[in-house]
Design a binder for this molecule. Structure first.
Ligand SMILES: Nc1ncnc2c1ncn2[C@@H]1O[C@H](COP(=O)(O)OP(=O)(O)OP(=O)(O)O)[C@@H](O)[C@H]1O
Length: 253
């Protein structure tokens, strides 16, 4: 079966800093993969290469069998134009550590912006769907509020609803709870857990080991820009094979 997402031997350097080294992974539809590892190991860069916010130096990323950033013309691969790439990128939702909401627009406007402006969905339909999504993330009563009046955890849940409004095939989360006060982390993780239960395909860069252990189908441990070890959480957390994995887990658990 073709994986929904395939990362194939991706390399990325910033100057002399070789940040990703031959990173490969497959994510199948409905899977949750958590990427863990020490600070600076390349986790965020990997996600950014997946949705092509960064362009890999070599290697490829395939979404549903289609190479990200390229299209076939006859039997040669041609680089996409930026507007073609934007369309392709929309198939992935991305949630960052910061929430990047529009501060001067109400919560509901933040959620309907993408479908209306980019997706060409009518306002009434977009609004109805946005209200469903805000209910899903537990914030229907905040639809008319401005982002600044919400807690960080609530803003992050709005950011998740906003990504979902574009009906992505896949959600990428880059440390979505790292900027939150500890007491707000649980609500965001609960929303992500619900998404996982509903079958959303997710790649989650996280320092939340409990989430990785309990929710992931597959855990990828990165260190020094390499995938050191990957497998089911029972294997990574219960019986890691590599000393680097063991010493990382001993530090964080
Ligand atoms: N745009 C950039 N320009 C230059 N160097 C960068 C850039 N983005 C990332 N790096 C470098 O790449 C390395 C890996 O960073 P990255 O953010 O991918 O790691 P990470 O594993 O996500 O770390 P953390 O857990 O702290 O977020 C770091 O040395 C970082 O300084």
């Amino acid at each position: 079966m073709v994986p929904l997402l395939r990362v194939e031997k991706v390399n990325k350097a910033f100057g002399t800093n070789h940040v990703l080294r031959d990173v490969s992974l497959d994510v199948h539809a409905g899977q949750v993969q958590c990427v863990i590892g020490p600070s600076g190991s390349g986790k965020s860069t990997l996600l950014r290469c997946v949705n092509r916010l960064e362009v890999p130096d070599s290697g490829h990323v395939y979404l549903d069998g289609q190479p990200m950033g390229y299209r076939w013309k006859g039997d040669t691969l041609r680089e996409m134009t930026s507007s073609q790439l934007a369309v392709q990128r929309r198939q992935m939702g991305m949630v960052f550590q910061g929430f990047h909401l529009f501060p001067h627009r109400r919560v509901i406007e933040n959620v309907i912006e993408g479908p209306v402006v980019v997706g060409g969905v009518g306002r009434a339909t977009a609004r109805e769907r946005a209200m469903e999504l805000l209910s899903k993330v537990g914030l229907a009563d905040k639809a008319e509020a401005y982002p600044d009046s919400l807690s960080g955890g609530q803003q992050q849940r709005v950011a998740i609803a906003r990504s979902l409004a574009m009906r992505p095939k896949l959600m990428l989360f880059d440390e979505p709870t790292s900027a939150l006060d500890p007491e707000l982390v649980g609500d965001v993780l609960a929303v992500m857990r619900d998404l996982a239960d509903e079958g959303m395909t997710m790649v989650v860069v996280t320092h939340e080991m409990g989430f990785a252990r309990d929710v992931a189908d597959h855990v990828v441990f990165m260190d020094g820009g390499c995938v050191v070890e990957a497998g089911p959480p029972g294997h990574i957390f219960g019986a890691p094979e590599h000393e680097r994995t063991r010493s990382f887990l001993a530090r964080v658990l």
